[in-house]
Write a protein that binds this ligand. Structure first.
Ligand code: FAD
Length: 467
């Protein structure tokens, strides 16, 4: 390292991974600089990801619940949607959080530099700031440049009628007919939003299932509901071409059930994300990339260059904010000389659709493929009083236990607030809890969390019926 450096830790990218790393490094007494190319801190998650999408999903939920009560004793008027106001509410939520980050950085004396960073060598970056170019030297570097949406070749994302998730979150209009290309979490969340706002939705997915990675048993109840709400859901179907003009988009489809051609007002392309490793001049360092463009990092988040760390979306799947945050803290601690490592047993995944679909750890399918002996605890929410009081009965809580140890190793939950409920199972897995630990834990009544205790009791054979 150069004799006198500008900082102990330089972090590139102020998403959840980068700001967590910078804040932890500063809290450990390291001189920290955080570089972000955009004026707003928070990365994809706060600006064009987790947070704005959840604000809009909440709006969607309000609309759906109001509709439900039309048949159950409370009649609201048809929702009048003012996109401008909704958009400005969403932006105000984002603004509170991104503004909060500025304050948190100041408090810790983390210097924030606005501009795009490129490596000069293993110890220097060059940053194009509004005041001109600046070279910054550092002892340790943490690369947290995140990811961006991909589009298949020939999909013109620059056309206003062909949107990626960032465009879709802008709420420019409510298209009459909308096609969602990709049946993963992001596509299906945005489908929930636009359906509630009034769009007729068609989903096309190349694979034979929606939400790859989730247990098909917990996707089924979600599927049953969207089958009623959406115009079409085509699996095993490829979008072979998109032709956008001023009035709409003509789409060529290849699949057993899909028409060869259809027309939509707008198309949302959500087929995956790629790491932002191409803009960093990474070649100037000894950092190694994998074939998919992601940076390789070990459990201490070190790259092939020991004082350069990489975290978050740009080291690969799962591309989730909570993973990035934990990795960021590990990188900062290791840079400070601590013996930290990323050794989470499980990372939960949640689709905040209606109903929510959440899973953690091993699925029944994976257990079978790996030849593991497991016991399953299932609890249908139709037997849960709180769920029925929400007017919902489609939910399922499914726990997977290793047979010989009786320890919980996985779970899938579908139903309202499944994303909150899965956290308990994450903790149980981390703590090595078995079916008796969970079943004997007294859950408050009446809550949907009881379904977790009851699924464990179902596996243990100790379940008595209780509403
Ligand atoms: P990012 O958030 O991508 O941040 C990287 C930052 O680096 C960006 O601000 C970028 O501008 C900056 N940067 C890049 N290159 C440079 C450079 N050369 N110089 C300076 N700065 C640079 N995850 C969840 O866990 N839950 C959710 O509910 C969820 N919902 C999502 C919804 C949508 C629509 C999308 C798109 C994503 C969602 N995600 C969700 C994923 C989540 O947003 C990401 O996993 C998370 O943001 C990754 O954090 P990160 O710190 O790795 O990178």
């Amino acid at each position: 390292a150069p004799a006198e450096t500008d900082c102990d830790v330089l972090v590139i990218g102020a998403g959840p991974g980068g700001y967590s790393a910078a804040f932890r490094a500063a809290d450990l007494g390291l001189r920290t600089i955080l570089i972000e190319r955009y004026a707003s801190l928070g990365g994809v998650c706060l600006n064009v990801g987790c947070i704005p999408s959840k604000a809009l999903l909440h709006a969607a939920k309000v609309i759906d619940e109001a509709e439900f009560f039309a048949d159950h004793g409370i009649q609201f008027g048809k929702p009048e949607i003012n996109l401008e106001k909704l958009e400005s509410w969403k932006s105000s939520v984002v603004g509170k959080l991104t503004g909060g980050l500025v304050g948190l950085a100041k408090q810790r004396q983390v210097e924030v530099v606005t501009g795009a960073a490129q490596f000069v060598d293993d110890h220097h970056v060059r940053v194009a700031t509004a005041d001109g170019e600046r070279t910054i030297s550092f002892k340790n570097g943490i690369i947290a440049a995140g990811s961006r949406p991909i589009a298949p070749p020939g999909f013109d994302l620059d056309h206003p009628r062909i949107m990626d998730s960032t465009d879709a979150l802008k709420l420019e209009e409510v298209p009459k007919r909308m096609l969602v290309v990709g049946g993963g979490i992001i596509g299906l969340e945005m489908a929930s939003v636009y359906h509630a706002l009034g769009s007729e939705i068609t989903v096309v997915e190349l694979a034979d299932r929606l939400m790859a990675g989730a247990d098909p048993d917990i996707v089924k109840p979600f599927r049953k509901i969207i089958d009623k709400r959406y115009a079409n859901i085509f699996l095993n179907t490829k979008v072979a071409g998109l032709e956008a003009d001023d009035d709409g988009v003509t789409v060529k489809l290849e699949g057993d059930k899909a028409p060869a051609e259809d027309r939509f007002d707008r198309v949302l392309v959500s087929v995956g994300r790629r790491p932002n490793t191409d803009g960093l001049n990474i070649e100037a360092t000894g950092v190694k990339l994998q074939d998919n463009g992601c940076i390789e990092a070990d459990e201490q988040m070190r790259t092939a260059v020991p004082h350069l760390f990489a975290i978050g979306d740009l080291i690969g799947q799962p591309m989730l904010a909570h993973k990035a945050v934990h990795e960021g803290k590990v990188a900062a601690e290791v840079a400070a000389g601590e013996k930290s490592a990323f050794d989470a047993r499980v990372i939960p995944s949640v689709a905040y659709t209606d109903p929510e679909v959440a899973w953690v750890g091993v699925t029944q399918e994976q257990a079978k493929a790996e030849g593991m002996d497991v016991d399953i605890g299932n609890f249908p929410w139709a037997a849960n009083g709180r769920s029925l009081s929400l007017g919902r009965d489609e939910g399922i809580t499914k726990l997977i236990f290793e047979r010989n140890t009786e320890r919980v190793i996985g779970a899938g939950i579908v139903g309202p607030n499944a994303g909150d409920l899965i956290a308990e199972v994450g903790l149980a897995i981390e703590m090595g809890a078995d079916m008796h630990d969970i079943g004997l834990t007294i859950h408050p009544h009446p809550t949907i969390s009881e379904t977790v205790g009851m699924a464990a009791e179902a596996a243990a054979g100790t379940l008595t019926d209780l509403y």
